[in-house]
Design a protein around this ligand. Structure first.
Ligand code: NAP
Length: 243
């Protein structure tokens, strides 16, 4: 087992989009970052491009829908570092726009498999390693579309976006944030959810209006909370988001 003075951070789905920008932001802050990726070649290419910027980044093979893959990733982190300081649950998919092509049952199941079940399984698998950190931090990528308060406001900015699978999966992410913040509090682990805002990535065919770096900033900030920081909350760059 090796130890490191740098914080050790895992970012799921870190090979592109907001996750890649989160990985860069954490590495620029001095962390040793492991980019979770389900495709080895794309993960290694992403890690290599950040190493070329002088950052300390490696690829970590990881499919969050595969229990064996999660267990292997946790074992690898334990063997190499003996602990984890930051887990950013960023991996996510949005399939609702494929309604008509895919059956709703598949859209719902596949969306929940990544966005919800994968996220919960990641927390369970990595919590023992985060408990060995002086300041374990978990950041869950949610969305304003997961807010019941914002979605039920007919005049709100999300009124037009009623996606059954994606919105309900992110509402579940919010609940998991509350649940695990309480369950892990006695280990000193803080768990928060973030809304990156409407960000131009493959997820929305680059319709988003924000850059990945802008979307990543709130996650990087919540991953770096000091002991006085909040836990069990939902935040965007402007502050608290209504559940
Ligand atoms: P993206 O560019 O499509 O990236 C998604 C990442 O998740 C990719 O690295 C993808 O890997 C990975 N992923 C998908 N399924 C996976 C699995 N089973 N196991 C491991 N990784 C998996 O999307 P993004 O916009 O950056 O989204 C990142 C997060 O932000 C998501 O949770 C999303 O819901 C959330 N979010 C995005 C927006 C927005 O406007 N973009 C707004 C609010 C919230 P592959 O490259 O292998 O597909």
């Amino acid at each position: 087992m090796q130890t490191s003075d740098r914080r050790i951070a895992v970012v799921t789905g870190g090979n592109k989009g907001i996750g890649f920008a989160i990985a860069r932001g954490l590495a620029q802050a001095g962390d040793q970052v492991l980019i979770g990726c389900r495709d080895d070649a794309r993960g290694e290419a992403a890690a290599a491009s950040l190493r070329a910027e002088g950052l300390v980044v490696d690829a970590l093979p990881l499919d969050v829908t595969d229990d064996a893959s999660i267990a292997s990733a946790a074992k690898l982190v334990e063997t190499r570092f003996g602990r984890l300081d930051v887990l950013v649950n960023n991996a996510g998919i949005a399939l609702d726009r494929q309604t008509g092509t895919l059956p709703l049952s598949q859209i719902m199941r596949d969306t929940f498999a990544v966005n919800v079940i994968g996220l919960a399984c990641m927390i369970e698998a990595f919590a023992p390693l985060l408990a060995r950190s002086k300041a374990g931090r978990i950041v869950n990528l949610s969305s304003g579309l997961g807010s019941l308060a914002l979605n039920s406001d007919p005049a709100g900015e999300y009124a037009a976006f009623k996606f059954p699978a994606y919105n309900s999966s992110k509402a579940a992410v919010n609940m998991l944030t509350v649940v695990y913040a309480a369950r892990l509090a006695d280990k000193g682990i803080k768990v928060n959810a973030v809304d990156p805002g409407y960000t131009a990535t493959d997820l929305n065919a680059h319709r988003g209006t924000r850059t990945p770096a802008q979307g990543a900033a709130i996650a990087v900030r919540l991953a770096s909370l000091d002991d006085a920081g909040p836990t069990g909350g939902f935040f965007d760059e402007a502050g608290v988001v209504s559940w």
